[in-house]
Design a protein around this ligand. Structure first.
Ligand code: ZN
Length: 232
C-alpha cells in the first residue's frame, strides 16, 4: 500500500475545477479530487501493491507488469465508462494516477511509452484508443517520450472481450506488429507499454514479441487494472 499512499499524497494539493463527477459512481465530488474518485470509491477500489504476474513472469517475454487496481466491479465501471460511454476525460484522471505510480515504482529509467494498439477502423468509430489516451497522459506526467504508433494492429479482433482465456492467444494471431519505422530507435531502450486492463497477459505478450526483435533493453507493461491471479 505504501506506494499508493504516496501517489495520493503527491497529488492531493493540486487544484482542478470544481464540480466534477466521480468517474466510478457518478456522484458530484470536490474539484480538488484530481483522481476523479469520491471517498467511498477510493475505499472500494482494491489498490494493488504487488505485481499480479509475479509468479508467472517466466511464461512471458516482457520483464514486468505494474497495475494500479484489481479489475473488480468498481474498476470495471471506470473502464467501461472510459471505453464504451465516450467519457474520454476519465483517461486524464487514471492516466495521472498511473503516471504517479510509474514515477514512484521505479519500473525503468527513461522509457519510450506506447499504447497497446487499436485497429484503425475501431479507433475511428470509437473516436479514440483509450490506451493511447492513457499512454499520452502518463508520458506527460513522467516527461517521457511517447510514440503512439510504435505498434500497429493489422486486424480487427472483436471477440477479444469475451474470448475465453485459453483462446485469446490464437484469437490475436499476428495482428499486432512493430512499426518498422521505429525499429532502430527502440534498440537498447526501455519500453513501457500501456493498456487499460491486463487480463490473461496475451495481448501484452503479443506486443512484447513484436517489440523484442528490435532489441530493446527491457519491455514493461503498465495498466490501470489487472485481473488478480492470486485470487483466482
Ligand atoms: Zn464514487
Amino acid at each position: 500500500m505504501t506506494k499508493i499512499i504516496k501517489v495520493f499524497d503527491s497529488i492531493s494539493e493540486i487544484v482542478f475545477p470544481e464540480n466534477i463527477y466521480c468517474i466510478c459512481c457518478g456522484d458530484l465530488i470536490p474539484g480538488s479530487r484530481v483522481h476523479g474518485l469520491c471517498d467511498a470509491c477510493v475505499e472500494k477500489l482494491k489498490w494493488l501493491s504487488e505485481n499480479p504476474f509475479e509468479s508467472r513472469l517466466d511464461e512471458f517475454s516482457f520483464d514486468s507488469v505494474t497495475s494500479l487496481v484489481q479489475y473488480d466491479y468498481y474498476a470495471q465501471k471506470i473502464v467501461h465508462n472510459l471505453k464504451f460511454h465516450g467519457k474520454s476525460y476519465i483517461a486524464n484522471n487514471i492516466g495521472r494516477l498511473m503516471g504517479e505510480l510509474f514515477l514512484t515504482s521505479k519500473i525503468c529509467d527513461d522509457p519510450i511509452i506506447a499504447p497497446v494498439p487499436m485497429y484503425i477502423g475501431k479507433e475511428r468509430s470509437r473516436g479514440y484508443n483509450q490506451a493511447a489516451l492513457l499512454a499520452e497522459r502518463i508520458a506527460g506526467i513522467c516527461d517521457a517520450e511517447y510514440i503512439k504508433d510504435l505498434l500497429i494492429k493489422t486486424k480487427r479482433t472483436d471477440s477479444m472481450r469475451t474470448a475465453r482465456a485459453f483462446g485469446r492467444l490464437n484469437a490475436l494471431d499476428n495482428s499486432i506488429e512493430l512499426n518498422t519505422a521505429w525499429a532502430r530507435k527502440i534498440k537498447g531502450r526501455n519500453i513501457l507499454i500501456v493498456d487499460d486492463v491486463v487480463t490473461t497477459g496475451a495481448t501484452a505478450e503479443k506486443c512484447s514479441e513484436a517489440i523484442k526483435m528490435a532489441g530493446p533493453s527491457s519491455i514493461n507493461i503498465l495498466s490501470f487494472a489487472a485481473v488478480n491471479y492470486k485470487g483466482n
